[in-house]
Design a protein around this ligand. Structure first.
Ligand SMILES: NC(=O)c1ccc[n+]([C@@H]2O[C@H](COP(=O)([O-])OP(=O)(O)OC[C@H]3O[C@@H](n4cnc5c(N)ncnc54)[C@H](O)[C@@H]3O)[C@@H](O)[C@H]2O)c1
Length: 313
């Protein structure tokens, strides 16, 4: 495990959310002397995710906050930008684009005078539906919804700011299908691992689209946190952050049932979506080489750790 550079003052947007809170609790453990400031407007996050947090919380919308007025000349050693509308069924184009893109632009502008290193959350959704099964960072984006589109614009902005400021570190970590503790508040937007575990726990049969063979790159949140921290030492750019080992929905059901000690028969139902990606897979060549990312959790190991944390059901 690589140690992040000495950090005394850290800003995390979206810190009350799933990934943000896991990141914060890890930062707090590894940098006990650091002062951590969260900016979150709680539109999807939850204060309970921050149980045990010893830092500050600014309850504000990153896309509307007057950063200069609020923080003045306060300097941070690092900024992790996780805040975003994460509900992909939110189809309001203005809202998704405004809040996600303007939020990032304000963070960039706030960080610009000091060239504070920024690691921000990109998304595998930028690869789109019907594209390549194996995703490389060099592939052109094909956003299929407004959420994915907004993330493409984040990547474009990051590239442009980096081009103009070659010495400033701006790193995008392109998350795939993340699962793990502190995602319960996401409801229908939470991982299939949690949703299936909840069904099974209620004694209901697991339900997936026919015939459960579609593959997804499920990545455990501890690997994602590690990749995000590594972003502070990597060259500017975007890095795939998956497991690199896609697994089927049937595999997820088997992994969850084996942990919960159940064996309910799976119910398969027709997929209503005419366009449904049969396979997603992060190519990790670039991430392994430059981000030094080396995921540690298989699906089974991640589900076991999740279950042991007490958050799975
Ligand atoms: N979970 C995944 O599988 C996944 C995959 C790809 C990308 N991502 C990205 O990772 C990041 C974190 O996602 P998550 O899964 O933790 O979701 P989440 O919904 O749990 O966390 C997002 C947090 O951001 C906050 N937020 C949203 N818009 C805000 C705004 N304008 N101002 C202030 N706070 C705001 C929410 O209240 C929430 O606490 C997001 O940028 C998301 O797009 C997640």
């Amino acid at each position: 495990m690589k140690k992040s550079p000495g950090l005394k003052k850290i800003l995390v947007t979206g810190g009350a959310g799933f990934i943000g809170s896991n990141l914060i609790l890890t930062l707090q453990e590894r940098h006990p002397q650091a002062w951590i400031v969260v900016v979150d407007d709680f539109r999807s996050g939850h204060f309970k995710n921050l149980t045990g947090f010893r830092g500050d919380v600014v309850a504000a919308d990153v896309a509307r906050l007057d950063w200069k007025a609020h923080f003045g000349r306060e300097k941070f050693d690092a900024i992790f930008h996780e805040a975003s509308i994460t509900d992909t069924t939110e189809h309001n184009q203005f809202l998704q684009t405004h809040d996600n893109v303007e939020g990032f632009r304000r963070v960039l502008e706030f960080a610009r005078p000091n060239k504070t290193p920024i690691v921000y959350a990109s998304s595998a959704a930028t690869y789109g539906i019907g594209g390549e099964a194996v995703n490389l960072e060099t592939q052109p984006p094909k956003p299929a919804n407004i959420y994915a589109f907004s993330k493409v614009i984040l990547d474009n902005l990051a590239r442009e700011y980096s081009k103009k400021n070659p010495k400033w570190r701006i790193v995008g970590v392109r998350y795939f299908n993340v699962f793990g503790p502190r995602e319960g508040h996401k409801g229908a937007a939470s991982s299939m691992i949690l949703q299936l575990a909840q069904l099974i726990k209620e004694g209901k049969r697991p339900r997936v689209f026919k015939h459960g063979e579609q593959m997804r790159d499920f990545v455990y949140v501890k690997d994602v946190v590690e990749a995000t921290l590594l972003g502070l030492s990597a060259p500017s750019g975007v890095y795939n952050t998956g497991s690199g080992a896609p697994r089927s929905f049937n595999d997820v059901i088997a992994a969850v049932q084996s942990r919960l000690g159940t064996w309910l028969e799976t119910e398969y139902f027709d997929n209503p979506y005419p366009f449904y990606q049969p396979h997603t897979e992060a190519d990790l060549t670039h991430s392994r080489k430059l981000l030094k990312y080396n995921p540690q959790f298989t699906l089974e190991k991640g589900v076991a750790d999740y279950h042991a944390s007490g958050f799975l059901v």
